[in-house]
Ligand binder design. Structure first.
Ligand code: ADP
Length: 431
């Protein structure tokens, strides 16, 4: 139980950490990208404005745009990463300081297909022939001489290296976050372990108390029961009908208390892992028959038909006493919560797939269990209808013990039911 709590705490802690780290990565990287993008956009726009002005001045002076000599252009390629293309109003390329050779074709294709607004700056990505991704920032601006339009200049900057750097940074941040997450999960596990120590101690003290108290109560209760019996069987006493009734009621209450105390002791020992499970090979069908025989008088009093079906012999390796107790709890409950005239049945079957197992189904035509309560009934002292359970002599511990027995045998218990339409408790036990 505590391992489950510890793991649950660690998991929650790790999920919170992971969400925080993810939020940090997303916020910081988008923030960083946005700032860089805006800066770059502004820089390029002012470069382009300047270039447009220079080209206009050059055109006025020489009736041609300024063209870098190819040697100069090569220098521009390698040193700075800024390049430009000037197109005349007829759409012909009039001048250029070209970008690095490998991205030239890509840039030109983008420029030719780009329906850019005057002064617009945008990030453009494309694949190079070698499969790498190239990223350029492009800005387009019209060149004017007074009111006369001379052409358009496209200024661009190759920012692939920044882009790759940012990508690497992001990958690094993710890797570091994962590393931190692993460390945080480990630390969380350690801390959760420390945090539950006091709870563990309190729980074990309480468990010991319950076990000791139940153990100590058993003897006085059995003395009380024998004393009441002795008073009732003493011939010298002339008991009035009222006194007899009082003594009968006392005996019923003592039996109820004894049952609660025994059930509590069973669960306290189960919690402490102090109950030995002695596995032996036996025939489940014989044990089920015995249980039905022992509960037959109770069923007859209530006018309920008990029936058994399924395989004639079911060999199983389990704790015979505990399986007997499990069947007693389930069939006793079925009788308790089924009105007169109803039917209670036990069906024993085996299944080979997915794993070889034995299935015990205890079904009744009783009051049924509402869907919302079906899981809760396996909790200690949980009763759907307290008054009815008390009236029937229930303690609210039967199904908790049944679940524990199934669990220690590595099996599963589930309930199928419809209010008013009866219930079926299905136990699956590995063979
Ligand atoms: P109890 O001693 O009250 O029967 P259990 O732990 O055995 O305690 O059962 C818990 C509750 O589950 C019961 O109080 C009852 O409301 C419900 N329950 C158990 N078995 C049946 C059944 N066969 N039909 C209807 N309700 C059931």
């Amino acid at each position: 139980m505590f391992t489950k709590i510890r793991n649950g705490l660690t998991l929650r802690y790790s999920i919170v950490m992971m969400l925080l780290m993810m939020a940090f990565i997303v916020v910081s990287s988008t923030g960083l990208l946005w700032i860089l993008y805006r800066e770059e956009q502004q820089d390029l726009r002012s470069f382009t404005e300047e270039e447009a002005r220079e080209q206009a001045a050059m055109y006025k002076e020489k009736a041609a745009f300024f063209q870098f000599a190819s040697k100069e252009a090569e220098n521009v390629d390698t040193e700075g990463k800024i390049f430009y293309y000037v197109f005349g109003t007829n759409g012909q390329q009039a001048a250029a300081a070209e970008p690095a050779r490998e991205i030239r074709i890509g840039v030109l294709t983008i420029i030719r297909n780009w329906d850019a607004q005057d002064g617009e700056a945008e990030l453009k990505k494309f694949r190079l022939p070698n499969g790498d991704r190239a990223v350029v920032m492009l800005c387009s601006m019209k060149i004017y001489d007074g009111p006369q339009e001379l052409g358009t200049v496209f200024v661009g900057e190759d920012i692939s290296s920044y882009y790759h750097m940012l990508k690497m940074l992001l990958i690094m941040m993710v890797v570091i976050s994962i590393l931190f997450l692993v460390i945080a999960a480990f630390a969380g596990h350690l801390l959760a372990g420390r945090a539950i120590i006091p709870i563990q101690q309190a729980f074990s003290r309480q468990r010991e108390f319950v076990a000791d108290a139940s153990h100590e109560l058993r003897t006085p209760l059995s003395i009380l029961l024998t004393s009441v019996d002795a008073v009732q069987t003493d011939d010298d006493q002339k008991l009035s009908p009222f006194s007899t009734q009082v003594l009968d009621d006392m005996k019923n209450e003592i039996r109820r208390m004894t049952k609660i105390v025994t059930d509590l002791l069973t669960l306290a020992r189960a919690d402490a892992g102090a109950t030995n499970i002695i596995r032996e090979k036996f025939d489940l069908a014989i044990v089920a028959e015995q249980v039905l025989r022992s509960l037959q008088p109770q069923a007859v009093v209530k006018g309920i038909t008990l029936e058994m079906a399924g395989d004639a012999t079911i060999p199983i390796l389990a704790d015979r006493e505990r399986i007997n107790q499990l069947l007693l709890i389930l069939v006793d409950n079925a009788i308790k919560y089924t009105p007169a005239g109803g039917r209670v049945g036990v069906l024993l079957t085996t299944a080979a797939a997915p794993k070889p197992c034995v299935m015990i189904t205890v079904h009744d035509t009783g009051v049924g269990i509402p869907e919302t309560q079906r899981k809760l009934i396996f909790e200690r002292f949980y009763r759907v209808d307290k008054a009815r359970s008390r009236e029937e002599g229930g303690t609210g511990l039967g199904l908790s013990i049944a679940k524990w027995i199934v669990d220690v045998h590595g099996g599963k218990i589930k309930v199928e039911s419809a209010p008013g339409g009866g219930s079926s408790f299905v136990v699956t036990l590995p063979v």
